[in-house]
Design a protein around this ligand. Structure first.
Ligand code: UDP
Ligand code: MN
Length: 349
């Protein structure tokens, strides 16, 4: 059971400390009924201390301790670039609003990084941290015009699937699996839409496929066709952000995975057609009439002034670690994404 306290100010922190001790009490082998009763008392007490957060606390309580509520396993591939921390911060703040969410973050890297580790720890979310590097041959080419030649995040999503298969038991755990790229924009309401997924649930995605909205068309509660133009003859012309899968269904198909060599745009279709038919799809978001997720893409920031010879490095930047003297020369040390870089100021001639 996760117990989250949102402490916006410094006041009353000693009272909060005693509430945290209560959270430890809750975890010590009590019956679910006992925990529920105690948690209810705590919520009332915290609500009177923080009236402005009463609704938020009630919302967390609603289902966090209830084992009949399915957990949402969110699988997110991510890789280092200057906007990574900003993207993951935005995502983690959305996910903090969602009860019973387990974030599986897979770094496209040979090791896990300090940046992602720190961010996940601070988030207070339930999370799992994995890493696998995409082979160089499948990395994106430097030329942005060729950026579509390889599918991205494939090995990372597959490692997430492998983790689910190794660690979860479909007979014991209720769950739903969602593939959330790190740069999209998610409405918190999307997660309550997908939570009840029995097979595969679907909904529209904004800003993708060359359209304002791409998504299923629904008649009589069933998906009958698609509002889609780009590669519209795909078996499921839908974006990764537009569906969620019941955990048991995935675990019952132990070999289903994404393919490194799939034609661009077919990643979703090739996976879905192995586990579901169109008539079995469950439309969500008011019969697919609402947009609750957008395939946003963050523009790469212009950082050309970083290499401008006249730029004076600012030692009060967050990445700055310390000055030290080596062989009589003053050396500065900065840490950028777990890589430590030393620098010296040379006299300008
Ligand atoms: N990604 C990755 N390694 C890469 C490129 C992308 O792990 O070399 C991740 C990225 O962080 C995102 C997902 O794969 O979560 C999809 O990538 P992107 O958003 O660039 O794809 P697009 O928006 O073009 O579909
Ligand atoms: Mn993207």
């Amino acid at each position: 059971m996760k117990f989250v306290i949102w402490d916006p100010g410094q006041t009353k922190s000693s009272e909060l400390q005693s509430e945290c001790n209560e959270a430890a009490w809750l975890q010590k082998g009590r019956s679910l009924k006992e925990k529920e009763a105690r948690l209810h008392q705590l919520i009332s007490k915290l609500s009177s201390m923080y009236p402005q957060h009463t609704e938020f606390l009630k919302y967390l309580h609603r289902s966090d301790g209830d084992e009949s509520v399915p957990t949402i396993y969110v699988i997110t591939p991510t890789y280092w670039r200057p906007v990574q921390e900003a993207e993951l911060t935005r995502l983690s703040h959305t996910f903090q609003l969602v009860p019973k969410l387990h974030w599986i973050v897979i770094e496209d890297s040979n090791t896990t990084t300090k940046l992602v580790g720190d961010l996940l720890r601070r988030s207070l979310l339930t999370y799992t941290r994995l890493h696998v590097a995409t082979p160089q041959a499948y990395k994106l080419p430097a030329n942005p015009k060729l950026s579509w030649v390889h599918p991205r995040g494939v090995l990372q999503r597959n490692l997430g699937l492998q983790w689910l298969r190794t660690n979860l038991d479909a007979e014991k755990q209720k769950g739903v699996v969602y593939f959330a790229d790190d740069d999209n924009t998610y409405d918190q309401a999307l997660f309550e839409e997908m939570r009840s997924t029995k097979t595969v649930s679907v909904w529209p995605v904004g800003l993708v496929g060359g359209l304002l909205v791409e998504g299923p068309l629904v008649e009589g509660g069933k998906v009958v066709s698609w509002n889609s133009v780009w590669k519209r003859h795909r078996p499921f012309p839908i974006d990764m952000a537009g569906f969620a899968i019941n955990l048991r269904l995935l675990l019952n198909h132990p070999n289903v995975a994404f393919k490194l060599k799939a034609e661009i745009g077919y990643q979703e279709s090739l996976l879905l057609k192995e586990i579901v038919t169109i008539s079995e799809l469950e439309p969500r978001a008011d019969n697919c009439s609402k947009v609750l997720v957008w395939h946003t893409r963050t523009e790469a920031p212009k950082l050309d002034q970083e290499n401008n010879g006249s730029y004076i490095f600012q030692p009060n930047l967050p990445c700055f670690k310390k000055w030290s003297v080596r062989e009589g020369v003053e050396v500065g040390i900065v840490q950028i994404n777990s890589v430590t870089v030393s620098f010296v100021f040379l006299p300008v001639l």
